[in-house]
Design a protein around this ligand. Structure first.
Ligand code: 6GU
Length: 244
């Protein structure tokens, strides 16, 4: 079955963009997933195709109207469409690999991209949208965030990744093994500009390599993401990804 993505946006021309190339693009060509970008403006009944209005209570910027967004959702999703509706907004809960995995396991997703100051909250709630952010910075719209979310989902779909890549994920990978950042990687030449690859990696001692990598993972995690080492953040299993 094809995993089906529908994006509701004021800028449908931004899609598929980078999702039409590389791994995701090949997956799309092979029919493993599909992408439909729909113009929210097509749902406007206004003779000037207006989609936004000024915020009640005052303040800067404009707000996408509830009636327009509802009409766009209704047009995109037939009654009983089982796909979750995700609203990309900096107000959302942080995107984690656990949500990515759960979306990738399902039939697909409908993604609403915010623009302007926001979307009338009544339609967000009436439609039971899941509000998601991709990080603590502000983008000019939800489109790039939607692409990030789709890329993360699509790479998990059965058949999208080659045998080498998926095999790598299933074997030991520190990022899967204990909520740690990855160890550093090296390849040939063994010496470059006078810089040697760590000798342990050339030793052929698999157990020592594994021990060294684990120590590197712990050190870089302590340095960059100490929050991942807090036990209450590690959740139940020792077999989770860092961003889970
Ligand atoms: Cl989902 N949207 C916008 N506009 N900015 C963001 C974001 C989303 N996530 C982080 N920054």
């Amino acid at each position: 079955m094809t995993w089906r993505a529908t994006v509701l946006t004021l800028f449908p021309g931004m899609f598929p963009g980078p999702l039409g190339t590389a791994l995701a693009g090949r997956g799309m060509e092979r029919g493993l997933w599909s992408l439909e970008a729909r113009d929210i403006r097509d749902a406007s009944t206004d003779r000037n195709r207006r989609v936004d209005d000024t915020p009640f209570g005052g303040g800067a910027g404009m707000v996408l109207r509830a009636d327009v967004v509802e009409a766009a959702c209704a047009a995109a999703m037939p009654e009983g469409d089982p796909r979750p509706l995700v609203f990309l907004t900096p107000r959302g809960a942080p995107l984690r690999q656990s949500l990515v995995r759960s979306l990738a396991t399902g039939p697909g997703a409908v993604l609403l991209c915010g623009r302007y100051e926001g979307v009338d909250q009544r339609v967000v709630e009436a439609r039971g949208m899941v509000e998601v952010s991709i990080g603590d910075y502000v983008l000019s719209g939800g489109e790039l965030a939607a692409m990030v979310l789709l890329d993360a989902c699509v790479r998990l779909l059965p058949g999208v990744m080659g045998a080498a890549e998926s095999a790598e994920e299933e074997s030991f990978s520190p990022s899967e093994a204990g909520a740690l950042l990855e160890y550093p990687h090296y390849t040939r030449p063994a010496e470059w500009r006078g810089l040697r690859v760590p000798e342990v990696l050339l030793s052929g001692h698999h157990a020592e390599v594994a021990r060294w990598r684990r120590a590197q993972s712990e050190a870089v995690t302590r340095e960059r993401r100490p929050d991942l080492l807090q036990t209450e953040q590690r959740r139940d299993s020792a077999a989770r990804m860092p961003m889970d």
